[in-house]
Design a binder for this molecule. Structure first.
Ligand code: A3P
Length: 274
């Protein structure tokens, strides 16, 4: 079973304060230099956040996300977000309808990952966190995911609704996890250009090196606290295609059918293996 709570029809992780935090966001005040990293969970949030922080600060060194505020407004009260120093780099997983409308004019980076890999990653996330938000097998989790009942809801709805407002929007950049895996330096350069913070080629190389999976897994200690002792935490495996070790043949066939049907409404050039 998965422990989720519904807010405006969206299944969300069962954190007691989340409802209050989301309600408060009606009073969210956008700043001109806010930057948002938006995605369905487990699609590379922490990875992109780190890259954006390095670019905006101009310092190629890992950041401590527990200092100076939060990454996720839905996880903290508004007064904390208001005290954050500019430029704020904010993350959210919420579907479009729960996102503060005034923030839609901000710069937004939307990260997409092969949903199969994101699903597997969410399975380890939901079963490895303290307190656990799911206590189920992969098969149980697959059923929830494929029916849009896991935390943050249906993957296709999320991508479709967000891309409708982000495509052709000069303030938005859409990046895939797979492209980041393929050539990280190239994506770092793209993000820097998008943010209007162009840097040297040396800087892009440094950021790419520091943001490698191995390096982040070893040196980023700030995101460890909510994880069970025996889990890998956020930096679990960091590969493309781990779904092949989890999806059964039947699940894969079923999901591919759904994928082909639902992607007809979504204008996205994805380069991952189905
Ligand atoms: P896996 O569980 O497949 O390993 P999020 O930050 O959105 O919660 O996403 C977490 C996923 O991104 C995890 O996937 C994690 O390993 C992966 N990830 C985090 N940092 C990464 C990096 N530097 N390089 C590659 N993958 C990374």
């Amino acid at each position: 079973s998965a422990r989720v709570m519904y807010i405006q029809g969206v299944p969300l992780p069962p954190f007691p304060s989340m409802h209050a935090n989301l309600l408060e966001q009606d009073g969210f005040k956008a700043r001109n230099d806010d930057i948002w990293v938006v995605n369905w969970p487990k699609s590379g949030t922490h990875w992109m956040w780190e890259i954006v922080k390095m670019i905006t600060s101009g310092r190629a060194e890992l950041n401590d996300s527990s200092k100076g505020g939060t990454m996720f407004p839905e996880l903290c009260p508004l007064h904390v977000i208001e005290k954050m120093a500019s430029p704020r780099v904010l993350n959210t997983h919420v579907p479009l309808k729960l996102f503060p409308k005034v923030a839609l004019n901000s710069k937004i980076i939307y990260v997409v990952r092969n949903p199969k890999d994101a699903f597997v990653s969410l399975y380890y996330h939901a079963t490895g966190m303290e307190p656990k938000s799911a206590n189920c097998s992969w098969n149980g989790m697959y059923e929830l995911l494929v029916n849009g009942k896991a935390q943050y809801g249906d993957w296709f709805d999320h991508v479709e609704e967000w891309l409708k407002v982000l495509e052709n929007n000069p303030n938005a950049l859409i990046v895939t996890y797979e492209d980041m895996q393929m050539d990280l330096k190239k994506q770092v350069r793209l993000v820097a250009q998008f943010l209007g913070h162009e840097k040297s080629e040396q800087f892009y190389s440094d950021v790419a090196r520091l943001c490698s999976f191995q390096h982040m897994k070893k040196d980023k200690k700030d995101v460890r606290s909510v994880w069970a002792e025996d889990s890998e935490g956020i930096f679990r495996k960091g590969t493309v295609g781990d779904w092949k070790n989890h999806f059964t043949v039947a699940q894969n066939e079923e999901f591919n059918k759904i994928f082909c049907k639902r992607m007809k409404n979504i204008n996205l050039d994805l380069k991952f293996e189905l």
